[in-house]
Design a protein around this ligand. Structure first.
Ligand code: HEM
Length: 230
């Protein structure tokens, strides 16, 4: 079932540079969010900034999931339930080990979904002292209090749980002698199957930069609706 080997049979670009930058930037921002959220007080200014960065990254990843390199596209890791069941029974296909496996894909979608919910509720949250998300004035008090409750009491623990699971899975694969982290760093996997690579040339990277810029502009517009200092 595993498509990795130590011999250099087929070196394939699986994670294009934009996906890798997305991943490690996300890790930095989530760490920043966790720290600033726990410290509170004036650190909340950075909590907001990291939140807008994550909003930018998530918007980017959604578009990159449609337009990015072959193995970063959602189409490459949306599996039918039968594929998941077969994979769990140890009857997966060789191709399942190229990008995200059926189980890995579940965790990726869960992470992205919970991150979106965390950012979305953050935009609607209000600590009733000094900080309010930029969209609070567009919804009722009841919605603000629901969003704040989810953001501070539920979502962050869900996210933490998923991140712990995510890292545990990476360590489990490492224990089984499959280092997934290297491919998230340099982009390539050595595979026993011949599969098309993800496009990762100067032009596709330029396109990614443009998309990222547009997503940052959108996140800035969301910020400007609340008009608190950046
Ligand atoms: C806040 C912490 C983290 C978050 C939110 C996170 C989130 C994600 C997401 C969303 C993906 C999917 C990538 C994509 O297709 O765009 C992913 C994949 C991956 N992450 Fe993380 N990650 C975190 C921490 C880490 C850490 C600490 C490591 C390792 C040291 C790691 C290693 C990986 C690897 C190797 C993959 C690819 C998995 C595969 O081959 O299917 N992540 N992560």
């Amino acid at each position: 079932m595993h498509v990795y080997n130590n011999k250099n049979l087929n070196k394939v670009r699986v994670w294009d540079l934009p996906t890798r930058v997305f991943h490690w930037a996300l890790l930095l921002c989530i760490t920043g969010l966790a720290i600033t959220g726990s410290v509170g007080g004036s650190a909340m200014i950075w909590h907001f900034r990291f939140g807008y960065f994550v909003l930018t990254l998530l918007l980017f990843r959604i578009i990159w999931g449609l337009a990015g390199g072959r193995w970063s596209r959602f189409g490459a890791f949306i599996y039918a339930p039968q594929s998941l069941i077969k994979y769990l029974k140890g009857q997966g296909k060789l191709e399942h080990g190229v990008g995200h496996s059926p189980v890995g894909a579940l965790s990726v979608f869960a992470l992205l979904g919970v991150l979106l919910a965390q950012v979305g509720t953050g935009l609607l949250s209000d600590d009733e002292i000094s900080f309010a998300g930029p969209l609070t004035r567009f919804v009722s008090n009841a919605t603000v209090s629901l969003a704040t409750n989810y953001h501070t009491a539920i979502g962050k623990w869900l996210l933490l749980g998923l991140v712990v699971l995510h890292i545990a899975a990476i360590l489990f694969y490492l224990y089984r002698k499959h280092n997934l982290v290297l491919a998230m760093l340099h982009g390539d996997k050595n595979l026993v199957v011949a599969v098309p690579p993800s496009r990762d040339d100067a032009l596709s990277r330029m396109a990614a930069l443009l998309i990222l810029w547009a997503c940052a502009a959108l996140a800035y517009w969301v910020f400007s609706l609340g008009a608190q200092a950046f």
